[in-house]
Design a protein. Structure first.
Length: 99
């Protein structure tokens, strides 16, 4: 069997997966990535922000997420932020399951 890796834009059904990743990961894991734990948003605020970004027109997005799938199962997300549409952005990948 061959593994199939694919990506797709974030959908509203992915919001809980991303929220869980950020808000249930261990403090040591997050600090190891350079996260300032004091700046993590509350559960409701993160959900609101993600849903808002999904609904925003592409030219007005402040961030953009792609969902990475392995054999059609979501395994992580690639976040693009500091967007200047048509000019530049920063991208990083988060795998939800290290296996």
């Amino acid at each position: 069997m061959h593994n199939q890796l694919s990506i797709r834009p974030i959908e509203s059904t992915d919001v809980e997966l991303i929220t869980d990743y950020w808000l249930t990961s261990s403090s040591d894991f997050l600090i190891g990535m350079g996260v300032d734990l004091k700046r993590l948003p509350k559960w409701e605020d993160l959900i609101t922000m993600l849903l808002s970004q999904i609904k925003s027109p592409i030219t007005q997005k402040q961030s953009y997420a792609l969902i990475w799938l392995l054999n059609n199962k979501a395994i992580g997300h690639c976040n693009v932020n500091q967007l200047r549409y048509g000019e530049s952005a920063y991208m990083h990948l988060h795998l939800w399951d290290p296996n």
